[in-house]
Design a protein around this ligand. Structure first.
Ligand SMILES: *[C@@H]1O[C@H](CO)[C@@H](O)[C@H](O)[C@H]1NC(C)=O
Ligand SMILES: *[C@@H]1O[C@H](CO)[C@@H](O)[C@H](O)[C@H]1NC(C)=O
Length: 366
């Protein structure tokens, strides 16, 4: 992928031999990440917001055993995708280390608390809403152009893999945030779902206009089954019916929207990731996946360890691999690994129209 301009630059400053070795060492495929706390790798640590994972025991199983801003005991979904594809992990866009050659690896623009809608997550104050993430993606491309030239930069972005994870907060931190929320007075649930799907579509089109050509698009998990909602809304430990209804309306429409968008473009640019089904497998049958429970969070307090946040004084389970949920809202690294495995090799029920290993095989041929 080294462009001609790089090569001639290379000849000028060093030797032909150096140039050949440089040109043959193609930069790996870039990876860009957009979305919410499920995929934020630490941007919010650089912001004045309450939505952050910057205190122990977050990161307890990370290689450094320190909090990194990831809402996980260890690695999160983007980290594991990078690992599976043999790529370096992408840095948060706000991390000052993201300069020079590191720009070629890609960037993570995700910010905990955000949603499809601009008003989702307002209570967290300074977070990077999705249109701001897209704006930063433009800035990134200008910086990459300054580094490798406009043509090379565009090619690098066109050939990149992209992940976008949105939607959960538009329910949990907006429509269902408080009883009689503004959005729930404005819309019935089915109308609200139609509305946020149409807004998600605009976001994906914008991403396409910015050069995205391979985009994994995830819907919401089973929001009614997370420990926070079991503690808040469920008397008997069953998944909350209303939030499950929201997820079961939203996710199939997302698949349809993605299908329509691909048809309009005439290519399989967008891949619908059925995060709902991927989670439901271990929520319904935790033991089959080596978990002792899918109801109780590893870190938290109160019923199901689902009340409040995971903090240094919370209950903490000794073995995180035995818990599907790390904190009241977010899967453990072990659960993230199961999810990414389905992204890699899952059937069309999980990955529509195709899984990531198929995508990688197709894209390596062009
Ligand atoms: C959200 O904000 C962006 C940029 O500020 C704007 O373009 C978009 O129309 C807004 N969306 C809605 C639904 O208001
Ligand atoms: C997904 O990946 C596996 C192998 O990794 C492949 O056999 C299978 O056909 C793929 N499924 C789809 C729907 O692409």
């Amino acid at each position: 992928m080294a462009s001609c301009s790089e090569c001639s630059f290379c000849i000028m400053v060093t030797s032909l031999f150096m140039c050949i070795s440089f040109a043959s060492a193609q930069p790996a495929r870039a990876f860009f990440v957009f979305g919410d706390s499920l995929v934020d790798s630490g941007n919010n640590d650089f912001l004045a917001t309450t939505a952050r994972a910057d205190a122990p025991p977050y990161g307890i199983d990370f290689p450094t055993h320190r909090p990194t801003g990831r809402f996980s005991n260890g690695l999160n979904i983007p980290d594991i995708i990078s690992e599976q594809l043999g790529l370096e992990p992408t840095l948060p866009y706000l991390n000052p280390l993201l300069i020079g050659e590191k720009l070629l690896v890609g960037a993570n623009f995700a910010s905990a608390g955000i949603g499809i809608l601009n008003d989702t997550g307002f209570q967290f104050l300074h977070i990077i809403h999705i249109y701001k993430q897209l704006k930063l993606f433009q800035h990134y491309q200008q910086r990459l152009s300054a580094h490798i030239g406009a043509e090379g930069a565009q090619k690098h972005v066109n050939q990149a893999l992209i992940l976008i994870t949105l939607g959960g907060n538009d329910f949990v931190n907006n429509y269902y945030l408080v009883p009689y929320s503004a959005r729930s007075r404005q819309f019935s649930l089915p109308d609200y779902v139609n509305y946020i799907i149409s807004e998600y579509r605009l976001i994906l089109k914008r991403l396409y206009d910015l050069g995205a050509r391979r985009v994994l698009v995830t819907g919401t998990g089973p929001m009614g089954c997370v420990p926070a909602e079991l503690a808040l809304r469920s008397g008997n430990g069953e998944c909350d019916v209303e939030l499950q209804r929201a997820a079961s309306l939203f996710n199939p429409q997302l698949v349809e929207m993605v299908r329509g968008l691909n048809q309009e473009i005439g290519a399989h640019v967008f891949i619908a990731v059925n995060a709902y089904e991927m989670h439901m497998d271990f929520v319904n049958n935790p033991r089959a996946f080596g978990f002792v429970t899918s109801k109780i969070a590893c870190c938290g307090q109160g019923p199901y360890n689902g009340v409040g946040l995971c903090t240094p004084i919370s209950n903490l389970c000794p073995n995180r691999d035995l818990y599907a949920f790390w904190d009241p809202f977010h899967p453990s690294e072990k659960a993230n690994r199961i999810i990414v495995q389905q992204m890699m090799t899952g059937s069309v029920q999980y990955m529509h129209p195709m899984n990531l290993s198929t995508i990688m095989a197709i894209d390596s041929r062009v």
